[in-house]
Design a protein around this ligand. Structure first.
Ligand SMILES: NC(=O)c1ccc[n+]([C@@H]2O[C@H](COP(=O)([O-])OP(=O)(O)OC[C@H]3O[C@@H](n4cnc5c(N)ncnc54)[C@H](OP(=O)(O)O)[C@@H]3O)[C@@H](O)[C@H]2O)c1
Length: 215
């Protein structure tokens, strides 16, 4: 991306986002974020615009979305999502705000164990979801409700969902690419780089793919 763009990012203090924000800033873009605790971010970084707030205490979305070129959600609160679909409620408010401001491109990061609309997980992924990853079921159900909403009610928006498989915050293990069936256990850094590339990939629009390392 050579033209200077504005990225509006939710989940800025999370493990994927810290890498995502660095990529965008290093390329000379402007990054606007909503953070519950701005002290977790370095407010002296040029081109990083920090707004304090929570998605559960509806922020002024018109103010946040205005002037954005890309909207990115790397949100997660596994504990709260055990009982509440906070991301779905939020995205249902976010999309109308995007429409009001003519902002179309939206990347949402879900998990590899979140099933895309009208499709089942493979038996292996289903087994993992219901055993060792059981603690995140609420988060996956929330992600699935977001994907259903996007597919049923937001086809006018250029959304793309990355169903990431993340295992560690280590160094890069390679380049991820979209896959409908294969998922790699990637690093946060590689997932962030994949998200960053997806945003400028028109073939990723209206997909809910997994990601797998290029051979
Ligand atoms: N972690 C994994 O291993 C993994 C694997 C695959 C997919 N995913 C998916 O990736 C997405 C993000 O996960 P992650 O692990 O990268 O995130 P994370 O490190 O858990 O960070 C989540 C981010 O969301 C923010 N957040 C949570 N509740 C918020 C609220 N009410 N208002 C504003 N911000 C809020 C957190 O802010 P605070 O700093 O204030 O908490 C944090 O910045 C999720 O959909 C998850 O299903 C994660």
């Amino acid at each position: 991306m050579s033209i200077r763009r504005t990225f509006l990012v939710f989940g800025a203090t999370g493990q994927t986002d810290k890498h995502f924000i660095s990529l965008a800033l290093n390329d000379g873009h402007h990054v606007r974020v909503l953070a519950r605790d701005p002290a977790k971010l370095d407010s002296t970084i040029p081109n990083l615009e920090i707004h304090q707030g929570s998605i559960t205490d509806p922020p002024d979305l018109d103010r946040l979305v205005d002037g954005a070129d890309f909207v990115v959600s790397l949100l997660g609160d596994a504990q709260l999502q055990k009982t509440q679909k906070i991301n779905t409620t939020f995205v249902r408010n976010l999309v109308p705000a995007m429409r009001r401001h003519g902002v179309s491109r939206f990347l949402y990061q879900a998990g590899g164990l979140s099933a895309p609309p009208n499709r089942r997980l493979s038996p292996a992924l289903w087994a993992i979801r219901n055993t060792i990853a059981r603690g995140h079921i609420g988060q996956h159900e929330d992600n699935e409700a977001v994907m259903r909403y996007l597919a049923e009610d937001a086809m006018d928006i250029e959304w793309m969902v990355h169903r990431a498989g993340i295992g560690s915050d280590g160094p890069s293990k390679g380049v991820l690419e979209r896959s409908s069936r294969k998922v790699s256990i990637a690093t946060f850094r590689d997932c962030a780089a994949h998200n960053y590339r997806l945003l400028s990939d028109p073939t990723a629009v209206h997909t809910c793919d997994l990601s797998s390392y290029r051979k």
